[in-house]
Ligand binder design. Structure first.
Ligand SMILES: C[S@@+](CC[C@H](N)C(=O)[O-])C[C@H]1O[C@@H](n2cnc3c(N)ncnc32)[C@H](O)[C@@H]1O
Length: 478
C-alpha cells in the first residue's frame, strides 16, 4: 500500500510490529512509511485500520478490527483492562512484556542516544507479576466514571455520585470505582472495600475538585513486605477526630489480626494530590518499617519509597555490582530521596554522600542512617541544577571515585549533568526510569570522555509500560 495514495478515511490492513507511545502501536507500509495505530493492540496483530491523518513522516490511524491476533496475546486477568490506565500490557504474555521493555531501552539508546549496538542485557523479571506494589493510591470523586456496559442502563447497581478507585485516563474529575486491583495485595483490596463501605454508611461526601467541595479525597495504603505492617492514610479536606476514631475502630474490628496504623492527612488545597498539609496519627505509630537487603527503613505516609520492595533489592544489588567500589572510595548519590541507595553504597566504600532537594526525605535519610548504625553517609539538601555551587561544601571530601545518579522521569538538568561529568569519576552509574532520557543524558556523558559499558533493565512494574535500567559508564583512560 503506497502512502502517497492514502488519504483520510481510507481503510487498509496492517501488521503491528511494535508498541509505541501514548497508547499507540506501530506498523509499516511496504514502502517503509510508519503507521501509528490507536487501540489496545499487540505486536504481531494483523488489524484493519482507518486513516485519520496523513502526515509527512507517518500516518495516524485508528484500529477498527483485529483480523488475526498476535501469538503473544493472553486474556487480561483484570476486568478493568482497557478502561483503567494502569496495566496497559496485561493483554500480552509476561515474556512478551519483557521482550518489549528490552527493545524499548535498546531502541531509545540507538535512536535518541546514537549508540551503535548498545550493550543491553535481558530484563530481570519481577518475582511476581501481580500483587507486587507496597503502596497504592486510590482517589475519591463525586463523579463516577461509568463502564461502557453501564452507559445504556437506566438502573445502576452503585451510585453515580461516589467513586473510590483510579482516575480514568486523562480525566482529573472522574474516577473509576474499583473493587479489586491486581497490583495491590489482597489486604489492600480488603481495605479499599472496607473504606468504601464505611464512607457510604456514614454518607461521607466525596471530594469534587471543580467545585472544590466535599470531604473524602484519597485513600493511600502502604504495606511492609517484610514486617507485615500496614499503613492506612486517609486524605480529607478537614479533620473530624470523632469520625476518624470510628473509622480506625471499624478497620481494626474487621481485620483484628492485622498490624494497622491509621493516619489522616488533611488539606484544604484545590487539587487531587494525596498529600496533606497536616497529618494526624489516629492509630498506631504513624509509620512502618520496611527492609531492603539487611537495611531497615522507617517509611512515613509522605516519604518517597520504592514501590516494589523485592525488585528494589534487585536494582540496588545491580548498582553495587556495576559500581566497582573500592574501600577508599568517596561516592556521590545524586537524587538520593530517603537515602536508600546511599546507605547501600556506604557499606562498600569509605564515604557516601547523598544529595536531594526534598527536606523531609533528607530527614528520613539521616534517621535511616542512624537506625542502621551507618556513620559514613552524609546528606546535603540542594537543587541539583545548582550542583556547581554545592561543590564548595563538598570539598571536605575526597573527589568521588564513583557517582550514582537516579533522577526523576525528566532526567538530569543540563547543568547538573555538566557538573557531574566534570567531576571525572571513574564510573558513573545512571539509574533511570525513563529510557529516552537515559539515552539523551548518556549521549552527553559519552561525548565527554566516557564509554557505555552495560545496561541492565529491571522490571519493577509488570503489566505497565514502565522499565527501570541501571547503566554503567566508565571513564576512558587519557
Ligand atoms: C527517582 S527518585 C530517586 C530516589 C532514590 N534514589 C531511591 O531509590 O529511593 C528521584 C528523587 O530526585 C529528587 N529530585 C527531583 N528533582 C530534584 C532536583 N532538582 N534536585 C535534587 N533532587 C531532586 C526527588 O525528590 C526524588 O527523591
Amino acid at each position: 500500500m503506497e502512502s502517497a495514495i492514502l488519504k483520510k478515511g481510507d481503510i487498509f490492513e496492517l501488521t503491528i510490529t511494535d508498541f509505541a507511545d501514548k497508547d499507540r502501536c506501530f506498523g509499516r507500509l511496504d514502502n517503509g512509511m510508519g503507521v501509528m495505530v490507536s487501540g489496545m493492540l499487540a505486536p504481531g496483530d494483523r488489524v484493519r485500520v482507518l486513516v485519520r491523518r496523513v502526515k509527512q513522516r507517518f500516518i495516524d490511524a485508528q484500529a477498527l478490527q483485529v483480523v488475526e491476533g498476535s501469538p503473544d496475546r493472553v486474556e487480561p486477568k483484570c476486568g478493568y483492562f482497557g478502561v483503567c490506565g494502569g496495566c496497559k500490557l496485561m493483554h500480552v504474555t509476561y515474556e512478551a512484556q519483557l521482550r518489549y521493555k528490552k527493545k524499548k531501552v535498546a531502541d531509545d539508546l540507538e535512536h535518541i542516544g546514537g549508540f551503535v549496538d548498545p550493550p543491553v542485557e535481558l530484563v530481570v523479571p519481577a518475582h511476581s507479576p501481580v500483587h507486587y506494589r507496597n503502596k497504592v493510591e486510590f482517589s475519591c470523586s463525586s463523579i463516577r466514571y461509568l463502564l461502557p456496559e453501564e452507559l445504556p442502563l437506566e438502573q445502576l447497581d452503585r451510585p453515580k455520585d461516589f467513586a473510590l478507585g483510579f482516575h480514568a485516563p486523562g480525566n482529573f474529575e472522574k474516577v473509576l470505582d474499583i473493587d479489586y486491583c491486581y497490583l495491590a495485595t489482597d489486604r489492600m483490596n480488603d481495605l479499599l472495600r472496607l473504606t468504601r463501605l464505611f464512607a457510604l454508611e456514614h454518607h461521607l461526601a466525596p471530594y469534587a475538585v471543580k467545585a472544590h467541595e466535599g470531604y473524602l479525597r484519597n485513600l493511600m495504603l502502604r504495606s511492609s513486605m517484610h514486617s507485615g505492617e500496614i499503613m492506612v492514610n486517609i486524605v480529607t479536606s478537614w479533620y473530624d477526630a470523632k469520625l476518624m476514631k470510628q473509622y480506625a475502630d471499624f478497620l481494626a474490628e474487621a481485620l483484628p489480626e492485622e498490624r494497622l496504623t491509621v493516619v489522616n492527612n488533611v488539606t484544604a488545597k484545590k487539587n487531587t494530590v494525596a498529600t496533606g498539609d497536616y497529618e494526624y496519627t489516629i492509630q498506631g505509630s504513624g509509620s512502618l518499617t520496611e527492609s531492603l537487603g539487611s537495611l531497615d527503613f522507617r517509611v512515613s505516609a509522605n516519604s518517597f519509597f520504592q514501590t516494589n520492595t523485592r525488585q528494589a533489592e534487585v536494582l540496588y544489588d545491580e548498582i553495587i555490582k556495576v559500581a566497582g567500589l573500592r574501600d577508599d572510595d568517596t561516592v556521590y548519590d545524586l537524587y538520593c530521596g530517603t537515602g536508600t541507595i546511599t546507605l547501600y553504597l556506604a557499606r562498600h566504600c569509605r564515604q557516601a554522600v547523598g544529595i536531594e532537594v526534598v527536606e523531609s526525605s533528607l530527614r528520613d535519610a539521616a534517621m535511616n542512617a542512624s537506625m542502621n548504625g551507618i556513620a559514613n553517609a552524609d546528606f546535603f539538601q540542594a537543587d541539583l541544577k545548582d550542583f556547581q555551587a554545592l561543590l564548595q561544601r563538598l570539598s571536605q571530601y575526597e573527589a568521588p571515585g564513583v557517582i550514582v545518579t537516579d533522577p526523576p522521569r525528566a532526567g538530569m538538568h543540563p547543568k547538573a549533568l555538566e557538573t557531574m561529568i566534570r567531576l571525572g569519576a571513574r564510573r558513573i552509574v545512571y539509574v533511570s526510569c525513563n529510557p529516552s532520557n537515559l539515552a539523551r543524558d548518556g549521549r552527553e556523558i559519552c561525548r565527554n570522555g566516557y564509554r557505555l559499558v552495560s545496561v541492565q533493565p529491571v522490571d519493577m512494574f509488570p503489566h505497565t509500560v514502565h522499565v527501570e535500567s541501571v547503566a554503567c559508564f566508565e571513564r576512558i583512560a587519557q
